[in-house]
Design a protein around this ligand. Structure first.
Ligand code: HXC
Length: 530
């Protein structure tokens, strides 16, 4: 538009009109056919996603007028304002966050120099001001036409993801199909959310896979929500639709502080009295008498956290260990718990890696950790050894040992072998260690121990006589060694409590630990086994 009047003078009114015209932002900035492809009932636009994530009317946009400078491959004729990404700041539950959302209708949401520079600017300001960063990814990765500049900016973003890591919470949403850097950058962030059925994530898409390796595969096989959530463990929540994904992120933010220097948000304490209630008493019969009978550890957790409100993360991946957030007296706690219902609660490689990452997130953001133990130990076997359970199982050990937040552990039933040591034991630095009378703390379970300790006596017997002797030895082992009392004798367990007292005792412990301040010895950085 022209901003000069007939005499060639520019007027304030004309300049204002120009600003308004330039500021008119379409919901999607791409060409008509791309917009039509995006407009399906189950897909929102980048701007709609931001509007639903943030508190209404709080979004301040940056760089809406930024455009790419590339003239290769005909790109010079198409320079849409914003360059395929919407960036800025707003609030969630009144607290500031930085956000970007990629617009798939502009060059497939791919990232070039201008697009990357916008994201970096928002991240820099979020790191400087100490507010969470939320990335809504919907991108084919590095913009091919812009070549090395695209790669440079994904590396710039990755570097900022690392600078922000442990400083401010970073949350990624995978909306649509995300490849290359649009998968790698989220991998560095603290939490990743996908949408079942409509989002995909992989390093390279099916066409590139076929071109490079000749392998024929589909979007779903390569990077569907199910694969990423349950098999690869890249995803912390698999949403039913985009609204559910955005809503989950809003709820998650309610458990996290703005940055590592702030305490996590605290809400009005639950009205539950600090005396044992009827609901607490249900815990007294939670653990079955039969050794091999399981129960749902999630039920134990829900009886300890405020209002039974528990936000589980990575539920589909390694279900043998539960990780998630709850509140005790209105303040966030991270919960790690073995789940006897899945693989008997054993710690395998996936469980170790899932829980180690979660423990480190809680430790980075001053969220106390509450551990519930019922674990037969680390998973034995050739397959796990070949996959590196020594190196990868050690991650959980490392994560607990370096954690300096308040650590409260409750041994519910089994705490055998390395499982005892790793699951928030006193020896790794836990502050308060409680055990139920049903706890069995020992090097191994009764059957294994008896087969080694009484091998000769048992070999001399046979049939019913042998079974009877084995049962007697096992009962003796359980009462003498596999109980909480030898550990309580040594002060490794601070108190053996009735299960019904758990909520009250955990609350008291967390109150006592509120002022805990501890740090690791000075060093450049530790070296967690990767
Ligand atoms: C430029 C791209 C693009 C890209 C997609 N488009 N990806 N343009 N650079 N990386 C464009 C397409 O040309 C098309 O434009 C539009 O976006 C939609 O793409 P489609 O292929 O039609 O969509 P779909 O069938 O849904 O497939 C999505 C896809 C596929 C699986 C992501 O587009 C794909 O495989 N893209 C390449 C992915 C990739 O390998 N990226 C580079 C990764 S390397 P038109 O004009 O036809 O609508 C990387 C390095 C990171 O990212 C470094 C990290 C440190």
């Amino acid at each position: 538009m022209t901003i000069a009047d007939s005499a060639g003078r520019t007027t304030a009114v004309a300049r204002l009109a120009e600003l308004r015209q330039r500021g008119e932002q379409p919901l999607s900035a791409g060409p008509r056919d791309a917009v039509d492809r995006q407009q399906t009932p189950d897909r929102l636009t980048a701007r709609e996603r931001i509007d639903l994530l943030l508190d209404p009317g709080t979004f301040s946009e940056f760089d809406a007028l930024a455009r790419h400078q590339c003239h290769e491959f005909g790109l010079g004729d198409r320079r849409p304002a914003g360059d395929g990404v919407v960036t800025g700041f707003g609030t969630v539950h009144g607290r500031q966050v930085g956000v970007f959302a990629q617009d798939r209708t502009v060059f497939g949401g791919s990232l070039g120099e201008a697009h990357g520079r916008k994201i970096c600017k928002m991240m820099d300001l979020a790191i400087r001001t100490g507010c969470p960063i939320i990335g809504i990814n919907d991108s084919g990765g590095a913009r091919i036409q812009e070549g090395v500049a695209s790669l440079a900016y994904y590396a710039e973003i990755g570097r900022r993801n690392v600078l922000a890591s442990g400083r401010v919470p970073q949350i990624s949403l995978i909306m649509g199909t995300c490849a290359g850097g649009a998968a790698y950058s989220p991998a560095v962030t603290d939490f990743t959310v996908m949408v079942d059925g409509t989002s995909h994530m992989f390093v390279t898409g099916p066409d590139v896979v076929f071109a490079v390796t000749g392998e024929k595969t589909t979007l779903d096989e390569l990077g569907g929500g199910g694969i990423n959530a349950a098999v690869a463990g890249n995803v912390h929540y698999l949403a039913t639709d985009e609204l559910d994904a955005l809503d989950w992120v809003r709820v998650l933010l309610g458990f996290l502080p703005d940055n590592c220097e702030d305490p996590p948000p605290s809400y009005a304490a639950s009205p539950d009295p600090l005396t044992v209630t009827d609901r607490d008493r249900e815990l007294d019969t939670m653990v079955p008498d039969a050794q091999h009978q399981s129960y749902d550890m999630a039920e134990v957790i829900r009886r300890v956290v405020d209002e039974a409100d528990f936000l589980e993360v990575s539920a589909e991946f390694a279900p043998n260990i539960i990780c998630g957030f709850g509140r005790v007296e209105g303040s966030s706690v991270g919960v790690v718990a073995n789940q006897p219902r899945a693989l008997g609660g054993v710690i395998d490689i996936d469980a170790s890696e899932k829980a180690a990452r979660f423990v480190r997130v809680c430790d980075a953001f001053n969220i106390p950790l509450l551990t519930f133990t019922d674990v037969p130990g680390y998973m034995p076997g050739r397959q796990q050894e070949e996959l590196g359970i020594i190196r990868r199982g050690a991650k959980l050990f490392y994560a607990y040992a370096e954690a300096t937040v308040p650590l409260v552990t409750v041994v519910v039933r089994k705490a055998y072998g390395g499982g005892y040591a790793v699951m928030g034991s006193k020896h790794l630095g836990a502050d308060v260690n409680l055990a139920w009378p049903t706890a069995e703390i020992a090097v191994m379970g009764a059957t294994g121990a008896v087969s080694i300790l009484h091998r000769r006596q048992l070999a001399a017997l046979s049939g019913a006589e042998r079974d009877q002797a084995a049962a007697t030895f096992a009962a003796e082992y359980r009462s003498r060694i596999a109980s909480p009392y030898p550990a309580a004798d040594r002060g490794y367990i601070d108190a053996v409590i009735a299960p019904s007292e758990t909520r009250v005792e955990v609350t008291r412990a967390l109150r006592a630990l509120r002022s805990k301040r501890e740090s690791m010895p000075p060093k450049k950085h530790g070296n967690i086994p990767l």
